[in-house]
Design a protein. Structure first.
Length: 146
């Protein structure tokens, strides 16, 4: 009697295997939040996402903590004073940022220590245009507000 055929492998398992066999994206390509565990400690990576939180505690000696969100999760970013001074406008006013920096893991928390910060907020407006929502008042552009 012939051996039974092997059971099909679920598509999700194939996708997971494919991610393991492929190297993680190197800058300038962005690494999704869900794949932050792949690069080694201190690897140089690029991440991008919507700014959901920006903190500048008085006790942090000028350090800014930024939380970005992409479609796969959140990324914690630390912006030191020198980097903040160099990329001030992007850090303060950006709604959608691309950050390149070093990956740091400590006490089961992963951070990106920012080296460059780029405001890519205009890409959000492109998404509205592509979806045909530019003329929809519910999606008003920044200059139309106020």
């Amino acid at each position: 009697m012939p051996a039974p055929a092997p059971a099909p492998i679920p598509a999700a398992a194939c996708a997971a295997d494919r991610h393991k066999s492929q190297p993680w994206p190197r800058p300038p390509h962005c690494l999704p939040a869900a794949r932050l565990q792949e690069p080694p400690q201190n690897a140089r990576i690029t991440v991008a996402g919507l700014v959901i939180l920006l903190q500048r505690p008085g006790t942090a000696k000028g350090v800014i903590f930024v939380t970005l969100e992409d479609e796969t999760g959140i990324v914690n970013v630390i912006v030191w004073c020198k980097i903040h001074e160099a990329f001030r406008r992007a850090v303060i006013s950006g709604r959608f940022l691309r950050v390149t920096g070093r990956l740091q893991r400590a006490h089961s928390v992963t951070h990106v220590i920012a080296e460059t910060v780029e405001d890519i907020s205009p890409m959000l407006d492109l998404l509205l245009a592509e979806q045909g929502r530019r003329d929809d008042p519910a999606f008003a552009q920044g200059q139309e507000l106020g």
